[in-house]
Design a binder for this molecule. Structure first.
Ligand SMILES: [Zn+2]
Length: 238
């Protein structure tokens, strides 16, 4: 499957000896504390997000393994030439029901990275996005895997009092982590039922009833967005 992008958040991290040892597994020469800056990214979790998607607990664990060692890209606004941070450790942390993938990252303290470090420390630069791919997107209403066949349920809509969400399962790859100076563009919203790339089910067109004009407009907009958007769920069927 193609890439899914999710918002993440940068947080402060304490650089202990143990953390430094983990960092030095990634470094080509042993680094000392003074030359390293470390931070955490709260990446994806198992809660329903604004796309009405959620990662399964199993997929978060798999992503933890896939993200370790990956580079952290800087939004070009901040960097050009300072793409020097790296994920040195990743794990799923539980907070009650919430399970969240936490990426621990480091970068060298240099003249080039000083501005970025200041921006993270002061909270100006805290929006991030993570890119990954999953093998399945499973409808909470009917259980259909949207990578194989789109069902007629629309994420974010209720069916007999049950909210339709897509469970992202089976981590396939972790592509990127990016720090961005401005929040990621809000996603187009709720009407994205056909972006997963599966075959469209018969009768998948929403019925046009009275008062559906707004919904129709949203659907048309979502389609326009979808055409621009890469078919992120459409690729690998493995
Ligand atoms: Zn469904």
């Amino acid at each position: 499957m193609n890439e899914i992008l999710k918002a993440a958040e940068a947080r402060a991290a304490e650089l202990t000896d143990g953390e430094l040892a983990l960092i030095n597994r990634q470094a080509l020469r042993p680094l000392v504390k003074e030359e390293v800056y470390s931070f955490k990214l709260a990446a994806c979790d198992n809660q329903v997000d604004r796309d009405f998607e959620r990662f399964t607990d199993a997929s978060l664990e798999e992503l933890a393994g896939l993200f370790t060692g990956k580079s952290v890209l800087m939004d070009h606004w901040w960097s050009a030439g300072s793409q020097t941070a790296r994920v040195y450790a990743a794990q799923v942390e539980a907070e009650g029901e919430v399970k969240r993938l936490i990426l621990r990252c480091y970068m060298p303290r240099t003249e080039q990275t000083a501005g970025t470090i200041t921006a993270i420390e002061t909270g100006i630069l805290r929006e991030c996005s993570v890119g990954c791919a999953v093998r399945r997107a499973v409808c909470s209403i009917c259980g259909a895997d949207q990578t194989k066949a789109c069902c007629q349920h629309i994420p974010g809509k209720e069916y007999d009092g049950r909210l339709c969400v897509m469970a992202l399962d089976g981590a396939a790859d972790a592509y990127e982590v990016s720090l961005v100076a401005v929040p990621a563009q809000p996603k187009a919203g709720v009407v994205k039922s056909k972006r997963y790339g599966g075959e469209e089910a018969p009768g998948a067109e929403p019925a046009e009833d009275a008062g559906a004009a707004e919904e129709k407009e949203a659907l048309l907009m979502a389609r326009a967005v979808q055409e621009q958007e890469e078919k992120r769920y459409g690729g690998i069927k493995a």
